[in-house]
Design a protein around this ligand. Structure first.
Ligand SMILES: [Zn+2]
Length: 485
C-alpha cells in the first residue's frame, strides 16, 4: 500500500495543487502497465453516474437523488513518467511485439491447459495428469534457484501449461494472484524462469448517500460493497454506535480507491477519506500511513487517531451477565461482595482480546480469578481478564500486546459459576466501571510525522472536497432541470 502514497506527495511541490488534482486522480504506478495494455490512448472522459431513487426530504419539494457515484478513470497520459498527450506513445524498443504479446498469454489465451490448485495437490500429480514426465519436472525445478519456488504451490492458485506442436512443454505458468505470475519457459533444452508482475492502476472514486433504511441498504444504494460499508462503520465506530445511534437523514461521503488491471476493475482499494453526519454532528476521517508503515485513520482537522486508546469490549457477541456494582450477592462465595468489573457470558473458547496497546504484567493463576491476564497500558491504566480457559500462544509476562490482539479464551477457571469473562478496568489502581468509564482519546499523530501527515491529509481532503462540490453541483443541476421541465 505504501507505494500509492507517492501520489499524494508529489504535488506538494506546487502551490497550485488544487488545479493539479484531476491529474492526480489518475495514477499509474510503474511503466510495465503500458506495454501490457495494448490501448494507450483511450479517450479520457469523466463519467459520472447518478445512482438514485428519488426521495423526499423534509423541507424539500423536489425529490433529490440520495446518492451518487463518481468514478474518475485514470488520465494515463498525465502520469509523470508517461509521454505527454501530444507525443506518440513509445514502447520499449528492446521488446518486440511478440515478446509483449507473450507476456499477456497466461491470462488471455485459451490454448493454455489450466489446473486450479486444490489443497493436497502436488506438482508431481499435476505433471502426471498432463502426461509429462517426472524427470522433466525434476529438470525444471532444478534449472535455477528461482525455479525451486515453483514447487511451492498453494490452493487457490492456477497452474497453466502451453505445449508445442509435439505436445511437449513450452511454457508453464503459476498464476499466484491477479497481479503475480511465475513463468517457466523452455529455451531449447534449458529452462528460464521469471516472475511477471502486472501493475495495478489506482483510480479514485467518490460516493455519497443518505440514510433512509439502514447503513447496509443505503450504503449498497450508493454503490458500496458490504466490506466497504463495514470499513466505513469501523472507521467511525468510535464516534458513532451504529446499532443505536443511526438516524434517518444521517449521511455519508466517501473517497476511496479502485484498483484496475488492464483497464478492468478487479478490486476496491482502501477508503481514503470519509465524512459521516450523525444526528447533526459531522465526523471526518482521513487515511494516513506513517513513514514507518503504520496505517490508520485520523481526524483531518486535529490529527487525532480515530481509534480510542481502548475498545469498550474485550469479547465479541457476548451478553453482560453481571455489571459493575459496589455490592452484590456472590453466588459462589454465598455472601455480599462488590463486583469490580463486568462479566461477559460467552461459550468456553470464545476469543478474548486486549482492549488497548500495552504490556502483560501478569499471566497465570490468581485466586478467584483463575487463569488471568493483567495488562498495563502506560502508567495510568490496567485491564484485567479473568476466568480464562487458556491463554493465547506467546502470552507471557512482559509481552507487548496491541489493541484487539487475541490474548486468551473464555472459560470458567477460578470462582465462576459458568463460562464467562471477568473484565476490569483500573485507573491509577482504582476500579472503574468498564461500561461507562470515559475512555481516553488516542494520542494525536506523533510530532515527527505531523508535517508529513498535514501534507498528505491536505491533498486527500482537497480531492474529497472537489468531488463533493461536483456532486453538489450535479444535484443543483438536476433540480434546475426538474424545475425547468
Ligand atoms: Zn466478574
Amino acid at each position: 500500500m505504501r507505494d500509492y502514497k507517492t501520489t499524494f506527495r508529489e504535488p506538494r511541490k506546487s502551490k497550485l495543487y488544487l488545479f493539479r488534482i484531476p491529474i492526480l486522480a489518475t495514477l499509474i504506478i510503474g511503466t510495465a502497465f503500458y506495454w501490457f495494455s495494448g490501448e494507450q490512448t483511450a479517450t479520457q472522459t469523466q463519467t459520472t453516474s447518478v445512482l438514485s431513487q428519488p426521495l423526499q426530504l423534509p423541507g424539500h419539494d423536489t425529490p433529490l437523488p440520495d446518492s451518487f457515484v463518481i468514478t474518475k478513470p485514470a488520465d494515463k497520459t498525465a502520469a509523470s513518467k508517461q509521454p505527454g498527450p501530444q507525443e506518440p506513445v513509445k514502447t520499449d524498443p528492446s521488446k518486440t511485439a511478440e515478446q509483449v504479446q507473450r507476456k499477456t498469454i497466461p491470462e488471455m489465451s485459451a490454448t493454455w491447459e489450466s489446473h486450479k490448485i486444490k489443497s493436497g495437490d502436488t506438482l508431481a500429480e499435476i505433471f502426471k495428469d498432463w502426461k509429462l514426465s517426472s524427470s522433466l519436472l525434476h529438470k525444471i525445478v532444478n534449472s535455477s534457484k528461482q525455479a525451486k519456488s515453483l514447487a511451492d504451490i498453494r490452493p487457490g492458485e492456477t497452474i497453466k501449461l502451453l505445449r508445442d506442436d509435439n505436445g511437449d512443454l513450452l511454457e508453464l505458468a503459476v498464476v499466484r494472484s491477479p497481479t503475480e505470475t511465475f513463468l517457466v519457459s523452455r529455451n531449447e533444452d534449458s529452462f528460464e524462469s521469471e516472475t511477471i508482475t502486472r501493475e495495478v492502476e489506482v483510480r479514485q472514486a467518490y460516493t455519497a448517500g443518505i440514510i433512509e433504511n439502514s447503513l447496509f441498504l443505503d450504503g449498497q444504494k450508493a454503490g458500496l460493497t458490504d466490506s466497504q460499508i463495514m470499513e466505513m462503520a469501523g472507521i467511525f465506530g468510535w464516534d458513532i454506535d451504529f446499532a443505536l445511534e443511526l438516524r434517518k437523514g444521517d449521511s455519508f461521503k466517501l473517497l476511496y480507491e479502485e484498483h484496475y488491471l488492464d483497464g478492468e476493475k478487479y478490486r476496491n482499494g482502501p477508503i481514503l477519506a470519509a465524512e459521516f453526519i450523525n444526528k447533526g454532528t459531522t465526523y471526518k476521517a482521513v487515511r494516513y500511513t506513517t513513514p514507518d508503515d503504520d496505517t490508520s485513520y485520523y481526524d483531518p482537522d486535529d490529527g487525532r487517531n480515530k481509534k480510542r486508546a481502548f475498545i469498550r469490549t474485550p469479547v465479541k457477541f457476548a451478553r453482560i451477565s453481571s455489571g459493575f456494582t459496589r455490592k452484590r450477592w456472590h453466588p459462589v462465595l454465598k455472601k455480599w461482595r462488590s463486583h469490580k468489573g463486568v462479566d461477559y457470558a460467552a461459550p468456553t473458547g470464545t476469543p478474548v482480546k486486549s482492549t488497548g496497546n500495552g504490556v502483560i504484567s501478569f499471566r497465570g493463576k490468581k485466586g478467584g480469578y483463575g487463569n488471568v491476564i493483567f495488562i498495563k497500558h502506560g502508567g495510568t491504566y490496567t485491564t484485567v481478564y479473568g476466568h480464562l480457559s487458556r491463554f493465547a500462544k506467546g502470552m507471557r509476562n512482559g509481552k507487548k500486546v496491541r489493541q484487539g490482539q487475541l490474548i486468551g479464551y473464555v472459560g470458567s477457571t477460578g470462582l465462576a459459576t459458568g463460562p464467562h469473562l471477568h473484565y476490569e478496568f483500573r485507573v491509577n489502581g482504582s476500579h472503574r466501571n468498564p461500561l461507562t468509564v470515559k475512555l481516553p482519546k488516542a494520542e494525536p499523530i506523533s510530532k515527527k510525522y505531523r508535517n508529513d501527515f498535514d501534507q498528505s491529509s491536505k491533498q486527500i481532503m482537497a480531492q474529497f472536497n472537489l468531488y463533493d462540490r461536483q456532486a453538489t453541483d450535479q444535484l443543483a443541476q438536476l433540480n434546475d432541470d426538474k424545475a425547468d421541465g
